[in-house]
Write a protein that binds this ligand. Structure first.
Ligand code: SAM
Length: 229
């Protein structure tokens, strides 16, 4: 899989992909992540990629031309399954979308800035718009990093114990059960007895009950839907 992220702030994306599961997935060649500097696609001598909004008002708008050139260059080299724009008004990102996207071959993620990108980019080049939540960040780099991380950890082989990703929250519309490690007793705070019993079937049953209890208490909206809420 290949993920190309177009950004005006490549420095912001240096660290997130160089640690832990994402780094290992890159090292194993399960994913290639490229950071593309949008400023490489402007002829402007100041390398600017934004301009005033037509109609006036506060805030700058990301210009069409550099984005168009960057996307067209990438598209001339390979087919892209999705060209994603990160935006607060996009579809709310969730585990189901991460699962779908982890099955794709090539994805572009465009990180916005300022007041956002010229609408004509969204109308003509973008195939999917994704929000990571109902709040506004300064730029699309952190959303791009969050989306990429969620996708990459689902690629088969990215996590050594694949069950670990499959048993995470939201994979089956349930929150994950509580987890414990040694010591079994810390200052009188004890681990539930069942987890020390060695009885695998009973432990699995307990975990499922805990997942259901937590989901009904904390996220009742997840019950009975396919994770699209
Ligand atoms: N004017 C835009 C609005 O009100 O929807 C917000 C622009 S925001 C300051 C700059 C950029 O950050 C956006 O173009 C988008 O790429 C990114 N961004 C901010 N919040 C986001 C969120 N919740 N999800 C995804 N991207 C976000």
């Amino acid at each position: 899989m290949r993920i190309d992220i177009i950004t005006v702030l490549p420095e912001l994306l240096e660290s997130p992909f160089n640690h832990s599961i994402v780094k290992r997935a890159k090292d194993k060649k399960l994913v290639e992540i490229n950071i593309i500097n949008l400023r490489d696609f402007t002829n402007d001598k100041y390398k600017s990629v934004d301009d005033y909004a037509f109609g006036g008002g506060a805030g700058m708008v990301m210009m069409i031309e550099p984005i168009y050139k960057a996307i067209e260059k990438l598209k001339s080299e390979r087919h892209y399954d999705e060209i994603i724009y990160t935006s607060p008004d996009g579809e709310k990102f969730n585990q189901k979308m991460a699962n779908q996207l982890s099955l794709k071959n090539n994805i572009i993620i465009l990180a916005g800035h300022y007041k956002g990108v010229d609408q004509r980019i969204r109308d003509n080049l973008i195939t999917r718009e994704i929000s990571i939540g109902d709040y506004v960040l300064s730029g699309g780099e952190l959303p791009a990093a969050a989306i990429t991380d969620a996708i990459v950890r689902l690629i088969p082989g990215a996590i050594s114990d694949e069950q670990s990703a499959l048993s995470d929250s939201f994979q089956d519309d349930l929150l994950a059960p509580p987890v414990y490690t040694r010591p079994a007793d810390f200052n009188g705070w004890k681990v539930p007895e069942i987890l020390l019993s060695g009885h695998t079937a009973k432990i699995e049953n307990w975990r499922h009950e805990q997942s259901e209890e937590r989901t009904s208490r904390l996220r009742p909206d997840l019950f009975g839907n396919d994770g699209e809420k």
